[in-house]
Design a protein around this ligand. Structure first.
Ligand SMILES: C[S@@+](CC[C@H](N)C(=O)[O-])C[C@H]1O[C@@H](n2cnc3c(N)ncnc32)[C@H](O)[C@@H]1O
Length: 205
């Protein structure tokens, strides 16, 4: 069964802020600082869409954003965001089903991959890789394990919780970094949050 974040749409932001404070937000604010004016951007799994308003604060116009989110309830909240004069195309579907042009300047995947199995990660990664144009940037934020016991504890708790509420398929963090390495990406920028449990990386190809 594929994950369904509809059930969590109404409390997701509040819960994540309760557990992680502003760390999940700050990781994404760090990433969007790399977005250049007039970019064509693909956002996948943007949740309630608050990132659209943050992008708009940095670039009130000129952005061309394709926003793909599979959960209808998340999408409904995202559509109400203030995006000023930017152009947003909302697509409510699993991104692997969406036909994407290979011309994006930036792809943003904020906490998208952590609940994927290795197989789903491979499928989605390959699909997104093809959409990024040469010289483009891939902005990814996610959890990582750096050997501290409480990280495993928090991660396991999240998997149990989101399996119950949203039916996520994963029970461990998939090998996200190896896909970037195998596909020839280099790290342009990196910052960690929440005692290294959260990492935001900017990759170039
Ligand atoms: C863990 S949430 C993160 C939400 C948001 N990025 C944030 O940080 O607040 C992951 C989001 O990705 C969406 N998602 C999961 N798989 C997807 C897919 N294959 N295509 C598009 N969206 C997906 C879920 O519906 C959910 O809203």
């Amino acid at each position: 069964m594929a994950a369904n974040f509809n059930n969590s749409a109404w409390f997701y932001d509040r819960l994540s802020r309760l557990v992680y404070g502003k760390a999940l937000v700050n990781a994404q604010l760090y990433l969007i600082g790399f977005i250049k004016p007039n970019s064509k951007i693909l956002i996948v799994g943007g949740g309630t869409g608050w990132i659209l308003e943050e992008l708009t604060k940095l670039h009130p116009s000129g952005l061309n954003i394709v926003y793909v989110e599979v959960a209808a309830d998340m999408m409904a909240i995202s559509r109400k965001r203030n995006t000023s004069d930017n152009h947003i195309t909302f697509i409510q579907d699993a991104v692997e089903n969406v036909n994407l042009q290979p011309d994006f300047d930036a792809v943003i995947t904020p906490f998208l991959f952590d609940n994927f199995t290795e197989q789903t990660l491979k499928t989605v990664f390959t699909h997104l890789h093809r959409s990024l144009k040469p010289g483009g940037q891939w902005l990814n934020a996610d959890f990582q394990l750096t050997g501290k016991w409480w990280q495993q504890f928090l991660l396991k708790s999240m998997f149990v919780f989101f399996r119950l509420i949203c039916g996520i398929e994963a029970s461990k963090l998939p090998g996200i970094e190896s896909h970037f390495n195998l596909n020839g990406y280099g790290i342009i920028g990196e910052k960690t949050f929440y005692n290294d449990f959260i990492v935001a990386r900017v990759y170039g190809r």
